[in-house]
Structure formats: C-alpha cells, structure tokens
Design a binder for this molecule. Structure first.
Ligand code: NDP
Length: 282
C-alpha cells in the first residue's frame, strides 16, 4: 500500500502558521507586502498571478500588481524594478515568467534586489543555495522538501534522480537534495536510457512537463515518486508527469496531481515573503 502525500493538507497547515506570523508582525505595525510584475498577457501566467494574489489575501500579506504591456522596453521594466527595490514598504518582488522574448529574463531576475527576491532566482541567491547558505529557496523545490519532511522521509544516503534541469525546479532541487545528503542524478532531454537510471532510484522527481512520462516499469518497487508536472489536455483536465494510476500500487510514497506539489509552491512563496519582511524590518 503506498502513501499518497497530501500537499493540499500540508499547505493548509503551513498557511495557518503563516497567518499567525503575520498577526505577530502586526503587533510591530509591520504588514508584509509582495509586488508582482507581469509582462504581457500569457493566459497561464494570469491564473498563477491570480492565485498568488488570493494566497496573499488569505494570509494577510499586502499585494501590489504591475501588469505591463508586452511591448515594454527593457529600461522601463528595470526602472519599475529599481523603484520597488528602493521602497521600504515592499518586502518581496516577483517577476512572473515567461516574459516576452525581447526582454532578457536572466538580467531581469538579476535586477531584483537579492533581499527582496522571494522566488530565489537572483544569481546571488542561487549561489548561496549551492554553497549551502541561508537564502530564499525557490518555491517548488522548497515545497518538495517540506512534503518530504512532513512524511519523515530521510534523504541521507538515498539515490535520488531528478528528471528535468530547469533553473526553477530541477537545478535548485538538486542542491536541496545534496544538502540533505542524497546522491543526486539529474536527467534531461539528452539523457540516454533514462529508465535504466530511474529504475535504480530510491526517489524519483519528475519535472519535465510530459504527461504520464514516468511509467510503472521505470521505477523499482517501493520507490518514492514526486510529481511536479502540470499538464492540461484538450478538455482542460490536469495530469502530472508520472503515470499515477499505474504507479500508485508499486511505490511507497507518491504525490498526486493535482493536490501534491502544486499547492505547496504558492505557500512557500508566502513563507518567503514573510521571511524577507522579518529580515528587512526586525
Ligand atoms: P522546463 O520546460 O523549463 O524544463 C523541462 C526540463 O525537462 C528540461 O530540463 C528538459 O531538458 C527536460 N525534458 C524535457 N523533455 C524531456 C524528456 N523527454 N526526457 C527527459 N527530460 C526531458 O520546465 P519547468 O521545470 O518549468 O516545469 C516542468 C514541469 O513542472 C511542467 O509541467 C510545469 O508546468 C511544472 N511546474 C509545476 C510547478 C508546481 O508548482 N507544481 C512549478 C513549476 C513547474 P532540456 O534541459 O534538455 O531541454
């Protein structure tokens, strides 16, 4: 019998703790504030941004939104970021990706002050994570670590395989797993014979964006499966990167989609906004 790791429930638990933190900060007349910048009108981004705004409302974090036209020039975007960097009442700044191709996302992330970089994408914070220093851990990897901790899963000495090497999931997660003393292998689109690698894993994380990619024959009995993928079919039905129905009786633990990693991501963003506020204000 495998255990279904419930990210939705854990997210609610963490949010109730975060609300208490926000109330404690109110005693010092401090209200955390997140500024979100969105460039263009990407439909998925609109949904993500709306969900972030709702989470802020729920927890008591102030929320400010900048919806910028897709034609905006680099220097105008930087000028907005610079102003937000300087404002004492703004504690966290988030630039929603993707942004239009004529803008350089790496340079834009770099422009956000490391102290307000609640997504953990500024190279300073990426570097700190790789050095094992305290920093803003990007939200999806951080959420995965919290799920594993909740279910008392000790990564020390495990053979961990991550499929996907993006800057927002695969790479930072590998650093988090290394810090927990796992032996980490990262697979990507050029990796040969992936199934031979995943079959040896104690824990497999799939973060590639291909519906039901991880099949039953690709994992060993009792493996742990963390599914980051969010894929929508033509009917709008969501599926993960793991073939959940066929895996769930073979593995020891698995995260469902929806209700696994997804709900944790925004909650860890809220956590990072509160962390930033405390570091700046107390
Ligand atoms: P990216 O597209 O940035 O990265 C995908 C990675 O998967 C790349 O490293 C790519 O390799 C690799 N890949 C693609 N196809 C294959 C393949 N056939 N075999 C092996 N590796 C492959 O995606 P993200 O990291 O942004 O997102 C991954 C998934 O996670 C998506 O479904 C996304 O929606 C979801 N997601 C979910 C979040 C949540 O909160 N639950 C948060 C963020 C993302 P290469 O580098 O060689 O191109």
């Amino acid at each position: 019998m495998s255990i279904i790791m419930n990210g939705k429930e854990l997210s609610a638990e963490i949010r109730s703790e975060l609300k208490k933190e926000v109330n404690r900060l109110k005693e010092y007349n401090i209200i955390p504030k997140l500024a979100v910048i969105m460039v263009g009108d990407d439909k998925a981004s609109q949904i993500y941004v709306r969900n972030k705004s709702r989470a802020c409302d729920d927890i008591g974090i102030q929320y400010e939104e900048y919806l910028l036209p897709s034609t905006i020039e680099e220097k105008e975007l930087y000028s907005i970021i610079d102003k937000l960097n300087k404002r004492k009442d703004v504690n966290g700044i988030l630039l929603q990706s993707p942004i239009p191709k004529h803008l350089n996302i790496d340079k834009a992330f770099q422009r956000i002050s490391p102290e307000k970089d609640v997504d953990g994408f500024n190279p300073i914070n990426v570097g700190k994570l790789s050095l094992g220093q305290d920093t803003f851990v990007s939200c999806t990897p951080y959420g995965i670590i919290k799920i594993l901790e909740k279910y008392n899963i000790n990564l020390e000495g495990t053979n961990a395989v991550i499929v996907g090497r993006s800057n927002i999931v695969g790479k930072p997660l590998a650093q988090c797993f290394l810090a927990k003393h796992a032996t980490v292998t990262i697979c990507h689109s050029r990796t040969k014979n992936i199934e031979e690698i995943t079959q040896k894993a104690d824990i497999v994380v799939v973060a590639l964006g291909k519906s039901k990619f991880l099949k039953e024959n690709m994992v060993k009995d009792g493996a742990i499966v963390i599914d980051v993928g969010i894929n929508r079919d033509e009917q709008g039905k969501i599926s993960g990167d793991a073939d959940y129905e066929n895996l769930k009786d073979k593995v020891s633990y698995i995260t469902p989609v929806p209700g696994g990693v997804g709900p944790m991501t925004i909650t860890m963003l809220m956590n990072n906004v509160i962390k930033a506020t405390k570091e700046q204000m107390l």
